[in-house]
Design a protein around this ligand. Structure first.
Ligand SMILES: [Zn+2]
Ligand SMILES: [Zn+2]
Length: 242
């Protein structure tokens, strides 16, 4: 196995008391690359870690886009994200979220880097903005949509990253989306410390659990875990060539 966790928040304070052990468990589980979100200085400490840079929609109202512009050129930064819209919590006003999202798409375009999209209860607005403002590669992170939404994202050229939600009993629509996604557009992630897969559901998630996501995807697609692992790792490498 040469697992990749395409999206984790290992710099989160929930890992403060045992971060080294968590990283060691990830390596022992066979993980060879991890993408941390908006933490390039943190990623600098580990050869197998890379980072995104970006203002989450929750933080849009206090966005420092100068910092994003500057760090987009950081050698550890492979993508701009997670950016997008979150109308579930509305922690920032929606018009501000849309504006900051569009600005960051521009930054990604001028840096020539893919985008990592977070969208929650804002699918139509997210797609409309991407159609108008984005022409490059990207990932729908923690994809929890259904088959029609998967097809819309795939039509835009996006990769779909699946996480622990795939293992939740009620997530049949998401499993169907994972079933129809072309093999060369599949990615896996944990979104640690959030969204732990069954049987860890409700507990703190960690990158080592990406193996559970790979197993779930293998079952859904009728392949071996090794096949899914090889495919999703190759997709990650192709998308984030240094
Ligand atoms: Zn997210
Ligand atoms: Zn995240």
């Amino acid at each position: 196995m040469r697992l990749v966790d395409s999206h984790c928040h290992l710099n989160d304070e929930q890992f403060d008391r045992d971060r080294d052990e968590t990283v060691a468990r990830a390596l022992a589980a066979g993980i060879e690359r991890m993408m941390v979100i908006d933490a390039p200085e943190f990623a600098e400490r580990y050869s197998f870690m890379e980072s995104t840079i970006g203002v989450h929609p929750h933080e849009a109202a206090k966005a420092d886009l100068g910092r994003i512009r500057e760090l987009a050129a950081h050698p550890k930064v492979r993508a701009v994200g997670e950016i997008g819209l979150d109308y579930h919590y509305d922690f920032s006003p929606r018009d501000v979220q849309r504006h900051v999202f569009e600005q960051q798409l521009e930054i990604a375009a001028s840096a020539g880097k893919p985008v990592v999209i977070h969208t929650r209860e804002a699918w139509d607005d997210t797609l409309a903005i991407l159609r108008d403002h984005w022409r490059g590669d990207g990932i729908m992170h923690c994809f929890t949509g259904d088959e029609p939404q998967a097809r819309e994202a795939l039509d835009l050229g996006f990769h779909l990253a699946f996480g622990g939600v795939l293992t939740f009993p009620k997530a049949e629509a998401v499993r169907q989306a994972a079933r129809i996604t072309p093999a060369d557009r599949l990615l896996v992630e944990t979104d640690s410390p959030y969204l732990a897969p069954v049987p860890f559901r409700g507990k703190r998630n960690e990158p080592a659990h990406v193996a559970r996501v790979v197993e779930a995807l293998a079952e859904i697609r009728g392949l071996s875990a090794a096949d899914i692992d090889a495919r999703t790792s190759a997709n990650f490498h192709a998308l984030f060539r240094p």
